[in-house]
Design a protein around this ligand. Structure first.
Ligand SMILES: Nc1ncnc2c1ncn2[C@@H]1O[C@H](COP(=O)(O)OP(=O)(O)OP(=O)(O)O)[C@@H](O)[C@H]1O
Ligand SMILES: [Mg+2]
Length: 401
């Protein structure tokens, strides 16, 4: 029987839904155990504005997952996203023995640690430090310096940081729910673990986790994390636009988008209409379906235009041979990939969670990819820790033998 600490738990805190996914590693493959989710409240512009309603949502999602799985959740890998997240490329170096020394994993780890401590303003917290490339003795640049002999090792790393206050609030809410935070992970980075093929990272690929409050973006080129940022645009903007144009409530606008919405217009017949209650008196009003889709298309073009500008600014706009992968709840908007392809002139596809054993069909949706990525991140984290423990054991054995 599995212990509580054996479970891999991904907790995706979003401004629209909190999602919790539990899996177990068995013979190095993952088996789905349970999930829970609850609507969110208490967020504003992609950050926690009021902890209490967020806590209620986190507790509801956790309790549902515990009930479904017949187990107790003690710790989780937790997602952080939002417009306050961005990555910076930092440089650091370590001096090795003056006579030259073989570069080992520890040296690489020291370098990554040094990069993590690179000066960030006091209001920011580093959440991911991802090594990019290394320079050996200031001469040759390599991806993997292990085993080479050198006197000095330089390295560049992508340091993804979050606004300290926003990050602390996520931590505090999860702790208040009685859950230990194993690690906080940028949500698009987590989603990328779940939906990308190795080859896509080589070719050049962007992942956009499209939520309600933000679009979290990562880009890989030559297997390197070249861009990480949150863009403060998301499904909320689509819902607000439709509510405003159709003079209806946000809840009705959202229902309309999910049932009838499409971000392309060409195939929408001009004589089909949709019915929606008026905000003023709740009476049904009729609008052409084409109008709904025109509103969605205009916003989608703007969103992908902003994405394109950020990609260009980072110098990766023309490097996306592997295309763009859309995930998160908003990726389910019909026609989103078509608009992305038109605006960005690259292939676009939807990223779904990988089909691990026993995964229920209802989780086969882009909204669950990030939670699955957090579980996969947790799996790698444990493997890494296990290796370190084994190394430490070998080292101690060598001392005492
Ligand atoms: N079928 C659909 N068509 C269009 N939009 C959809 C659909 N399903 C969900 N959405 C939109 O997706 C958004 C929610 O996505 P998601 O659940 O990924 O958000 P979140 O992770 O809670 O938010 P965030 O990460 O920004 O804090 C909402 O704006 C919702 O209206
Ligand atoms: Mg999200």
């Amino acid at each position: 029987m599995a212990k509580s600490s054996d479970y891999l738990v991904g907790l995706d805190l979003g401004s629209y839904r909190t999602r919790c996914l539990v899996a177990l590693e068995e013979d190095s493959h993952l088996r789905f155990i349970s999930h829970g989710s609850a609507p969110s409240r208490g967020w504003a512009r992609g950050v926690i504005a009021d902890q209490d309603p967020v806590l209620a949502s986190v507790e509801a999602a956790i309790e549902e997952a515990e009930r479904n799985g017949g187990m107790v959740i003690e710790s989780a890998v937790v997602g952080v996203g939002g417009g306050h997240i961005h990555g910076n490329i930092c440089h650091s170096y370590v001096n090795l023995s003056a006579a030259g020394e073989e570069i080992r994993q520890e040296h690489v780890d020291d370098l990554v640690k040094a990069a993590a401590q690179a000066p960030l303003s006091s209001d920011r917290t580093a959440i991911q430090v991802v090594p990019l490339e290394f320079t050996v003795d200031q001469q040759i640049t390599v991806k993997n310096p292990r085993g080479m002999k050198a006197r000095r090792l330089d390295g560049h790393a992508q340091v993804v940081s979050a606004a300290a206050q926003a990050h602390n609030n996520v931590h505090a809410v999860v702790n208040r729910a009685g859950i230990v935070v194993e690690e906080t992970v940028f949500e698009a980075f987590a989603a990328a673990q779940a939906i990308l093929e190795e080859q896509e990272r080589e070719l050049g690929v962007a992942v956009a986790d499209m939520g309600a409050g933000s679009i979290d973006l990562v880009v890989y080129v030559d297997n390197d994390l070249r861009l990480a940022m949150g863009i403060p645009l998301g499904g909320d903007h689509f819902v607000n636009d439709v509510a405003e144009v159709m003079r209806t409530s946000r809840a009705d606008a959202e229902m309309l988008i999910q049932q009838y919405g499409c971000a392309t217009v060409d195939e929408t017949p001009s004589n089909v209409s949709v019915e929606v209650p008026a905000l003023s008196d709740g009476r049904p009003q009729t609008y052409p379906r084409r109008l709904l889709n025109e509103v969605l298309r205009a916003r989608a073009e703007e969103v992908f235009g902003v994405l394109g500008r950020e990609l260009r600014r980072a110098g990766v706009r023309d490097r996306l041979i592997g295309g763009l992968v859309l995930t998160g709840g908003l990726a389910a908007l019909a026609g989103a990939c078509d608009v992305a392809e038109d605006v960005l002139d690259c292939n676009a596809r939807i990223g779904l969670p990988p089909r691990i054993e026993d995964l229920p069909d209802q989780l086969d949706q882009p909204g669950w990819a990030t939670a699955m990525g957090l579980v996969l991140y947790g799996q790698r984290l444990r493997l890494h820790r296990k290796r370190r423990r084994e190394k430490a054991r070998e080292w101690l054995k060598a001392i005492f033998e």
